[in-house]
Structure formats: C-alpha cells, structure tokens
Design a protein around this ligand. Structure first.
Ligand code: MN
Length: 229
C-alpha cells in the first residue's frame, strides 16, 4: 500500500525478553482509581464519584530512557505513576470472569498531565483532553508478558523524583481492578489488540521541572525512568 502523505505506522512498545514490538491502538486512562488519591483531588472518591475514563493519543507514547521535552502551555507538569495493562485479545461485553484472558501483559507507565490546564478546563466545563494530549505524554516501559509474570493483584507501586520518593501505593488498593476495568471499557466500546489501559495513580502526584529524573517501579512488573528536558 502507498500513502499520499508521510505515514509512520503505529507507535510501538517494547516487550521484555523479546525482539517483537507491541503496536499501540488506543490509550485509555482510569482516573481516581485509588481511594487515597481520589480523596486528595477533592473531586470525589471515598463514597463520592466513581473512577473516570479518559483517552490519550497513541502517538504520545515514548520509551523508558527518553528525555521528555517540557510541554508548552503549562507551568504545572505532573507525572502519575500507573500500572499499564496491554490488551492482546479484543472483545466487546467481556465478562469480568474472563477479562484477564484478554490482557497480554503489564508495564510501568507515567500518565503525564498539564495539571493547570486540567483545572482550567474543569472550571470552564470544557473537555480536559488537552491536559493529557501532548508529545511525550505517555512514557511507558517494556511490557512484561502475563505469560511470564501472571496478573499482579498486589505489589508496591512507587515514583521517585531525583531519588526522593514522591508516590507510593499498592496494586491491591485499586478500586476497579484490571478485570473490572476491562469489563467496563468493553461494555462501552469494543476493545482491540493494541489497546493500552493506564489503571490509575496512587496518592501524591506533584509537579516536576526541567532537569528532573523520574523513576517509577511496580513490584513484580518492572521499572521506568525518564528525564524532563
Ligand atoms: Mn492518571
């Protein structure tokens, strides 16, 4: 096939222990999925609103080891460390009991957010797409195949900035665990191979600056390090 304009193909993510690449189709992000973080947002949770769902552009993926250029239009860039689930088998109306069979593997991701834009969009009752949609907004480490590591239901999830711990939680705290997310998303829109799901962040995200080093880790899954340029 020939294209009328330059076409790079889909962005891809590495797979631990393999030369194969994982092509990315869509990126879903789940918000306020840890009660302690939901409470600190002041937007709900802990008896208030349910976790939310938003999307990021697939071409915002960058690999570990990258230098992320500080994005334009913001003075409050914040990373959220999250477990990422990668869909290997698609489906619609997937029952919760079968949902994990659709997950290819897991990785550490940073859901990078222009927090000041998010707050302005909420105040103006506008879509907040632009807070999560910029070049490099979705750093992600290599996928650890579920065939190797299983489906982690517990384990520490942490983020350090310049060596100092910023965030800490545990996968067991997820309000909607991965099976529940897959069931809910697939009831709203068919999931397809290549879809990535950022599953939410524990409490404590804060702003970063140019020159900062970000190191995320999830017990049993792996790690992710980038710098802000
Ligand atoms: Mn997030």
């Amino acid at each position: 096939m020939s294209y009328a304009i330059p076409f790079a193909g889909p962005p891809t993510v590495g797979i631990r222990g393999s030369d194969l690449r994982f092509p990315v189709r869509r990126i879903y992000t789940i918000g306020r999925n840890y009660a302690a973080h939901a409470a600190e947002t002041g937007l709900g949770g802990a008896g208030g609103s349910k976790p939310g769902i938003s999307l990021k552009p697939a071409d915002s993926v960058i690999p570990g080891g990258s230098a992320l250029p500080y994005p334009p239009g913001t003075a409050q860039l914040e990373p959220e460390v999250e477990m990422v689930a990668a869909i290997g088998n698609g489906g619609a109306d997937i029952p919760r009991e079968a949902a994990l069979d659709h997950v290819f593997g897991y990785a550490v991701g940073f859901d990078m957010i222009r927090r000041d834009i998010m707050h302005a969009c909420i105040a103006d009752q506008h879509s907040w797409d632009l807070c999560k949609s910029f070049d490099g907004a979705s750093p992600i480490g290599d996928l650890a195949p579920a065939g190797d590591i299983g489906h982690p239901a517990s384990g520490a999830i942490t983020l350090a900035i310049n060596g100092a711990e910023r965030q800490r939680g545990d996968l067991s705290e997820l309000i909607w665990p991965v099976a529940e997310i897959v069931a809910r998303l697939s009831a709203l829109s068919r999931l397809e191979p290549g879809d990535l799901i950022f599953t939410g962040t524990p409490k404590g995200p804060g702003k970063v600056e140019r020159g900062d080093r970000l190191e995320g880790a999830i017990e049993g899954i792996g790690s992710l390090a980038i710098a802000i340029a």
